[in-house]
Write a protein that binds this ligand. Structure first.
Ligand code: NAP
Length: 306
């Protein structure tokens, strides 16, 4: 990998698979930075704006991978990551691993499992290429504004090479160790968020019950020690009754499931993460909240506050 040419907009075609809430914005920044951008998504309509801006469409993961020196994925679940890397029922020839060019770098930015990231890195390295796990934090806003935090695991040389591409999408970018370290760090992040978002929903229910103006409460405490994305951005959406997905409840449940399994595997006896997971599970199954944004939990928490 050390002899591989540098990655520049003039020389490096970049492929992007997964053009949802996060991916569409992130891919747009790569294109705007001047890289030839190649795209594929399960639902082709989501590529329309990028194609109008100059991106090239591929009908398959295999065709995109053969055309690119950097291949980025941000799909939904670990099962989707398995599908695009290994092919699933479509067979390996349809997927990334079998089609990567020697010296190419594949970057999975999906929130997925650390062990899957390790497996991908191992098989990709055997083919003379490299794979990094690089999940993100910062939400739909961070994706739109190119201010994401990007937590990377994998080979140092590959990381150094792709840093210019990552910098088009994020502001805080750190390599934390070998393959899987990025996903483990994302699980740390989701553990913080699990407790925090429940706290925000309960705090705003308290404000309502106490007869306070919730917007004013947010204005003042959002500027103090409690401030942060969960309170300032998602708390505002709660108060405004905006429950549209920036981050889907079903994806958050997936993340908490991965984090809980990893924590249990390490012998940790966490209390708050399982509690938040149970509450979100109830919200998804009993209150129809699966497709809401995570701020939707407020509707369940505030029930009964007059
Ligand atoms: P999303 O809107 O559902 O986007 C996922 C995209 O991937 C969809 O366009 C989907 O295609 C495509 N896709 C899924 N499986 C595929 C497959 N097998 N082959 C090809 N394309 C496939 O979700 P998102 O909010 O962008 O989140 C994406 C990932 O980032 C998730 O792992 C999530 O947990 C993580 N994440 C999200 C946020 C956030 O705030 N939204 C923040 C950090 C991390 P279709 O269009 O056909 O559904």
């Amino acid at each position: 990998m050390t002899d591989a040419p540098p990655i520049t907009p003039a020389t490096t075609p970049v492929g992007f698979i997964g053009l949802g809430i996060m991916g569409a914005s992130m891919a747009g920044h790569i294109l705007a930075a001047g890289y030839p951008l190649h795209v594929y998504n399960r639902s082709p309509d989501k590529a329309r704006a990028l194609l109008d801006a100059g991106a090239t469409w591929h009908d398959s993961v295999a065709s995109l991978t053969r055309a690119c020196d950097v291949v980025i994925t941000i799909v939904g679940y670990p099962a989707d990551v398995e599908q695009v890397y290994f092919g699933g029922a479509a067979g390996p020839e349809a997927a990334i691993v079998a089609n990567l060019k020697p010296g190419a770098v594949a970057i999975d930015m999906t929130t997925s499992s650390p062990s899957l990231a390790e497996r991908i890195a191992t098989v990709v390295a055997e083919r003379g290429a490299a794979a990094l796990d690089a999940p993100v934090s910062g939400g739909d806003v961070g994706a739109r504004e190119a201010t994401l935090a990007i937590m990377v695991g994998g080979d140092q040389d590959a990381y150094d090479r792709v840093l210019p591409v990552l910098r088009t999408m994020g502001k805080t970018i750190v390599r934390l160790g070998p393959a899987g370290a990025g996903q483990h760090t994302k699980m740390v992040n989701q553990t913080v968020i699990a407790g925090t978002i429940m706290g925000v929903a309960e705090a705003l229910a308290y404000a309502k019950a106490a007869g306070l103006d919730q917007a004013q409460v947010l204005q003042v405490i959002g500027g103090g020690a409690a401030g942060g994305f969960q309170l300032n951005v998602l708390g505002t959406r709660m108060v405004q009754g905006d429950f549209a997905p920036g981050f889907y409840v079903h994806h958050f449940l997936k993340d908490m499931g991965i984090a809980a399994a990893e924590a249990e595997g390490m012998g940790l006896d966490l209390q708050v993460l399982p509690l938040a997971r149970r509450q979100y599970h109830r919200f998804a199954e009993e209150e129809g909240g699966r497709e809401d944004g995570t701020q939707g939990i407020y509707k369940m928490v505030v029930k009964g506050v007059g």
